[in-house]
Design a protein around this ligand. Structure first.
Ligand code: ZN
Ligand code: ZN
Length: 232
């Protein structure tokens, strides 16, 4: 199985170093993020293994428009017919596949080394342009998966959104506001580190049981306590 169940109705599909999430609900499935270019086959195979058809994917939510999150959006939209969602500040990048803003490593030597390996901002891959139908503002409640709240959390990317799914005690889709590769920590890079710190302080005010990350393992229990300890 390519997909792993995180909790009832929520799956992670790891493709290389990036996590893509699938929420299954009676009103259609939602994917969150799309991986680097070339990830679509693996994602669709995972969807098939879960007993779903490509056309069961109705929505594709983007946490932000970086190459590892929007890379397979065009191909997945074509294969599924799903509508795409992004924050207005990342809309132009998500729909054109280019124009990435400068990003700098988070403090610490380890971050600088990992940043070079994983992000390599000087050489973004070629990304196909596509249509992104919906712009999502801070606080919007999306009619997706029984209702999802979007929260604007700039810093890693100007138009970064986290999504809060108020089921199972609260599930935070944290995107790249932070990562959980070797424990909960700063993301490897930020467009604006001070804004990223403020966003994490804001996330630490929320209550959620489960946290899912673009990079690293999900936290399955009492997740917001870990955020409060680190950034509250
Ligand atoms: Zn990113
Ligand atoms: Zn990422």
């Amino acid at each position: 199985m390519l997909a792993e169940e995180i909790t009832n109705g929520l799956y992670v599909i790891p493709v290389g170093v990036v996590n893509i999430f699938l929420i299954d609900s009676p009103d259609g499935c939602a994917l969150i993020d799309t991986g680097f270019p070339g990830s679509a086959d693996k994602i669709l195979q995972a969807v098939g293994e879960l007993g779903k058809k490509a056309s069961d994917i109705r929505h594709i939510l983007l946490t932000h428009a970086h190459p590892d999150h929007i890379g397979s959006l065009a191909v997945l939209k074509q294969a599924t017919g799903a509508q795409a969602y992004v924050h207005p500040l990342d809309h132009k990048i998500a729909s054109s596949g280019k124009g990435f803003r400068p990003i700098r490593p988070a403090p610490s030597l380890m971050n600088r080394i990992l940043f070079r390996i994983f992000i390599n901002p000087d050489k973004p891959p070629k990304i196909e342009a596509t249509t992104v139908e919906h712009v999502v503002q801070n606080g919007d409640h999306l009619p997706v998966a029984g209702g999802l709240k979007a929260i604007h959390t700039p810093g890693h990317s100007g138009g970064h959104l986290v999504y809060l799914w108020p089921q199972h005690g609260g599930v935070l889709i944290a995107g790249d506001t932070c990562q959980n590769i070797m424990g909960l920590n700063w993301s490897l890079g930020y467009e604006d580190f001070a804004a990223g710190q403020r966003s994490l302080g804001q996330i630490a005010q929320l209550n959620f049981e489960i946290a899912c990350f673009g990079h690293g393992k999900a936290i399955l229990k009492d997740a917001s306590a870990q955020f409060k300890k680190k950034w509250g």
